[in-house]
Design a protein around this ligand. Sequence first.
Ligand SMILES: [Ca+2]
Ligand SMILES: [Ca+2]
Ligand SMILES: [Ca+2]
Ligand SMILES: [Ca+2]
Length: 452
Amino acid sequence: MRNNGLLPPGKPAMTRPSVLLARALSTLLLCLPLTGAAEPAAAQTGVVIGWGSDSNGKATPPYAVNGASGTATAVSAGYNNSCAIQVGTGEVVCWGADFFGHSTPPDAVNGVSGTAVDISVGLNYSCAIQAGTGEAVCWGGDLNGRATPSDAVNGVSGTATEISAGPYHGCAIQAGSGDAVCWGDNSNGEATPPDAVNGISGTATGIAAGWYHACAIQAGSGNVVCWGDNSDGAATPPDSVNGVAGTATEITAGSSFSCAIQASSGVVVCWGLDISGQATPPDEVNGVLGTADQISARSTHACAVQAGTGSAVCWGANSAGQATIPDFVNAGITTGISAGQAHTLAFGDFAVDRDGDGLEDELDNCMEVPNPDQFDSDGDDCGNRCDSDYDNSGVTGHPDYFEFATAWSTYDDDKCISPGCFVGFGELTVFVTNYGSITGPSGTTAGTTACP
Ligand SMILES: [Ca+2]
Ligand SMILES: [Ca+2]
Ligand SMILES: [Ca+2]
Ligand SMILES: [Ca+2]
């Protein structure tokens, strides 16, 4: 059975030598003077992991991006669902609640007639930027027009380079002009970007839609500018990022609070409501012990990826464990992170061992069932424990049942769950479990064979 992707309690996570080496190298690089030599850009891809509240399965990424049959280049954790962009195909994949169709990406971005380069999930709706065209596309519940991006970015009179879906309104940056554009609920003025970023007296390089407010980074100056509800100060960026004493390179907005990464220093700065500590970034990223190169805030918690180390850090509300980084994420390297309402998604290089059999997923030929012996009699990289597909049709079906029945009470390795067995009730139990299912999933065949 699929679990929530977390390790069994009490199981220590292993830190792979490759991760330790990468950490050591990045620490070393930080200590070296810059030589001017261009570093090759690291592939921004990885296995997607979720934690915190798993209601509707929103914290349980599907095979398409959890490493079983694919990985991701981007993730967005929303309120009751999640989405990611699959590596290689560029297809948008969503999971979790789908009662407004917000986890069913349209043909324009699901690979049928188009793919995506950016993704952002709101409340009961989701948005993406279509690859190639740059058109902003949203789907799901359209209350107050939140899932209907402005003509300025939906391809009618313009397209988008960045998109951010808040719960009730969405914002984007128009391609070419750099104008900040918003749509959806505007009861607090949150969908009306000010002149400083809407193209009249300035434009934007970064944008973030919060609950009842939004923020942007002004192009050129780097000043953080916010608008909409300011009852908790979420729309009043501090001097450290508003241009008075500093500027910003990244912006994110949650419920009544906002965070930015200060330019030059890399320090995470937050402001607004702080009742759960959501506006108090920890020492790991506030400059005391480290800084950040990515941030994400949502409802009442926020997360960041520490610069140099790739360590994931979260703070704020932790009622569902959304701010507690799983051991195997701690032991790996996080490429990207996204804070949802009560869950968190990260993608990166993680030594996940979801069935707890001691073999991390990518080395486990039967990822979801403990099989430490990795017995695979037919050598197709799908362990016998989850391979009852004797005729290699891709699914365990009736023809396989005939083969199994024929082998009953005989020695037949292909029907065995351990080498040299006498096919009996143990094997029958496994066969019944696999019956009607596709073979696998196997971590050792990801993307290469039919065994997913
Ligand atoms: Ca395993
Ligand atoms: Ca296994
Ligand atoms: Ca096999
Ligand atoms: Ca079969």
